[in-house]
Structures are given as structure tokens and as C-alpha cells.
Design a protein around this ligand. Structure first.
Ligand code: NAI
Length: 335
């Protein structure tokens, strides 16, 4: 049976890594068909809006999107379309695996295999109630955390641990200082943890967690945390295992899921064929898992690892002399 997915080619290096990813997926004969949709700057130029209704309808229909990065202006201009998509589809779980890969510029060539589960719809990150006083001297924002939001993300983390044979969930918080918001998250997490006696649960304050991740990342299995902490921690984890070019992420809700690379549009290398397509390919593997095509997902991951081991056509960020498409072709040959 054909499975239709919405494909958003994105900005900057987006189209290059998407072409490379679709080349590999096509070589696997997965029975996927693509519905191309626009979002971000491309959509603004073509349709006069950043998130056209047709794109929303496509995701609503297919319930699955593979998305390249989209530009968000820093400090001014329009708000993030990524955040908007997460809000509109209530994609509450942001799932970011970090695993050691061979032949990467990593401090940890082995031993790291963890997943960050980040709450994706609440907290300071969504920028609710942002304002700056007229004299420009004071800035404000609201940080809202709910019991419902905390409960469903912590439950998601424990269910993920159970489903994937992981043994431990670490709840990361700052409840010593942020007693209301982080406090509610932690209290709720403790209650949910009681329902999963088969999974070990520990707690860690976010600053200590960052140090522990750098010193002894092998102690972590699943990390569950609030939105802003998860944003930072998951990039830290990407750094442990060789950088953003290898870090995938899934945004999962009850009615839709969007799979993407953790990195952004990389304007400094856009259009040069230098971008590493692995992060989006690994996100595609997460998508295949989500679609129940777990064997195919593993095949794809193995082909990526083998290509890295054999240093075939690697992109410059991995010390190679290949380009985005030649790297993808090398992966497709092994898949
Ligand atoms: P970035 O992730 O685009 O780039 C950071 C550094 O990593 C750059 O040196 C870049 O060349 C390198 N890099 C990133 N991806 C790479 C890849 N696949 N292969 C090789 N090198 C890679 O972060 P930056 O510069 O902070 O953000 C640029 C734009 O991307 C901004 O507009 C930002 O808002 C947006 N962004 C979008 C995201 C999304 O759509 N999910 C996520 C993060 C940022």
C-alpha cells in the first residue's frame, strides 16, 4: 500500500538535503509517495504567506511530514514557522536521539546512545506574552507549564523507554529555583514514574545535567525535560556525537507527526553542495519507525553507519571531500 507523506523542502540547505534524502528513500522501494508543500520564506515569496492553508491541509490529510529547516529571523521579524507548526498540530513530544557514530569529529566515538524527549508546546520557549516596555529598558515573557502538558510528555518518555527496551528515564528540571513551573513539572513526573516500576527513574537539575553529559554521557538513556531546557540539552547531545549534521528530531502529536533535522538552514554553506544530509536521513529513519517500517528504518541506519565507517564520499563537516548528493548516493548503494 502506498503511504503518502507531506514533504517541505525548506530554506537554505533545505532543498539540497531533501533531494539527497528522497534519493535514498526512493532507492529503498518503500512505497512512499510525496505531496510537496511550501512553508517559510519560499511560501511567502510564492503564495504571499508563511504557512499556506494548502500546506496545513496536506499535513492534516497525510498526518506525516518530512521537513527541511526553515529560516527564522533573529531578534525581529516574523515568528518561527517551526514553533507555529508544533502549536497548530499540538506536536507535544520532540524526540531527539543522539548516538555515537564512527569517523565523526566527536569527543565520544562510542558509548553515547540516548534520547532527549522535550516538551514541545509550553514553557518559555514558545514566547507567550512577550513584550518590551516603551522605553526599551524592560522585557517580559510568560512561562506557562501545565500538569496536563507535563504528564503527557513524561508518559511519552516512559512509554518510549518501554517500547524501545531502554532502562532509565532522567527527569531534568530547575525546581530548586523555578519552584512553580519546573516544580509542577517535577511533581507531575514523580507521579507518572510510579506507574512504571520496570523503568529506573532519576532526577537531575539542568545545570548539573549539562556537566554530567559532557563528563559521563554514557550514564543517560532517556532524558525528559521542559521545552527550553530540551532545546539546549539536545544540541549539547548533538555536539557530543559529532555535530548538528548527525542529529535528527521528531515532533509527535496525537494527530500528526513532523520529522526534521535538528540543525537550521545553514546559510553559510547553502547552495554549495557541502551540507551533510545525515540528520534529515536519520529523521527519515525515525519516520519509518513511526510508520511501523522498523526493519527498513534499521536498514537505513545501518547503511549510514557503514558509509561513515568506510569513509565513502563524506561531506566536509566529517572531514571528507564528497558532496551532499555523492554522500547520499554512497548510502543508497549500501541500503
Ligand atoms: P544552523 O544549524 O543552520 O547552523 C549552525 C552551524 O552548523 C553552521 O556553521 C552550519 O554551516 C552548520 N551546519 C548546520 N547543518 C549542517 C549540515 N547539515 N551539514 C553541515 N554543516 C551544517 O544554525 P543557525 O545558523 O543558528 O541558524 C540558521 C537559520 O536556521 C536561522 O534562521 C534559524 O532560525 C533556523 N533554524 C531552523 C530550524 C528548523 O527549521 N527546525 C532549527 C534551527 C535553526
Amino acid at each position: 500500500m502506498t503511504q503518502t507523506i507531506t514533504v517541505i523542502r525548506g530554506d537554505g540547505i533545505g532543498p539540497e538535503i531533501m533531494d539527497a534524502t528522497l534519493h535514498v528513500l526512493d532507492s529503498m522501494n518503500l512505497g512512499l509517495s510525496y505531496e510537496f508543500a511550501d512553508a517559510g520564506i519560499v511560501a511567502l515569496e510564492k503564495h504571499g504567506e508563511l504557512l499556506p492553508a494548502a500546506t496545513m491541509e496536506s499535513i492534516r490529510r497525510t498526518r506525516i511530514a518530512l521537513k527541511s529547516p526553515l529560516t527564522t529571523p533573529v531578534g525581529e521579524g516574523f515568528s518561527s514557522i517551526n514553533v507555529e507548526l508544533r502549536k497548530r498540530f499540538d506536536l507535544y513530544a520532540n524526540v531527539r536521539p543522539a548516538k555515537s557514530f564512527p569517523n565523526t569529529k566527536s569527543r565520544f566515538a562510542s558509548g553515547v546512545d540516548l534520547v532527549t524527549v522535550r516538551e514541545n508546546t509550553e514553557g518559555a520557549y514558545i514566547g507567550e506574552g512577550q513584550s518590551v516596555s516603551e522605553d526599551g529598558e524592560t522585557a517580559m515573557l510568560t512561562q506557562k507549564v501545565t500538569r496536563r502538558g507535563s504528564e503527557r510528555i513524561v508518559r511519552y518518555a516512559f512509554e518510549l523507554a518501554r517500547r524501545t527496551g531502554r532502562k532509565k528515564v532522567t527527569v531534568v528540571h530547575k525546581a530548586n529555583i523555578l519552584k512553580s513551573t519546573s516544580g509542577l513539572f517535577l511533581k507531575t513526573a514523580r507521579l507518572v514514574a510510579q506507574e512504571y516500576p520496570d523503568i529506573e527513574c532519576n532526577e537531575m537539575i539542568v545545570d548539573n545535567c549539562c556537566m554530567q553529559l559532557v563528563m559521563r554521557p554514557e550514564q543517560f538513556d532517556v532524558i525528559v525535560t521542559t521545552n527550553l531546557f530540551g532545546d539546549i540539552i539536545s544540541d549539547l547531545c548533538a555536539g557530543l556525537v559529532g555535530g548538528l549534521g548527525l542529529a535528527p528530531g521528531a515532533n509527535i502529536g496525537s494527530d500528526a507527526a513532523i520529522f526534521e533535522a535538528v540543525h537550521g538552514t545553514a546559510p553559510d554553506i547553502a547552495g554549495q553542495g557541502k551540507a551533510n544530509p545525515c540528520a534529515l536521513l536519520l529523521a527519515a529513519a525515525q519516520m519509518l519507525d513511526h510508520l511501523g517500517k522498523c526493519e527498513e528504518a534499521e536498514r537505513l541506519r545501518r547503511a549510514i553507519v557503514q558509509t561513515l565507517e568506510e569513509k565513502d564520499s563524506l561531506t566536509p563537516d566529517l572531514g571528507g571531500t564528497g558532496n551532499t548528493m555523492s554522500f547520499a548516493q554512497a548510502i543508497a548503494r549500501r541500503v
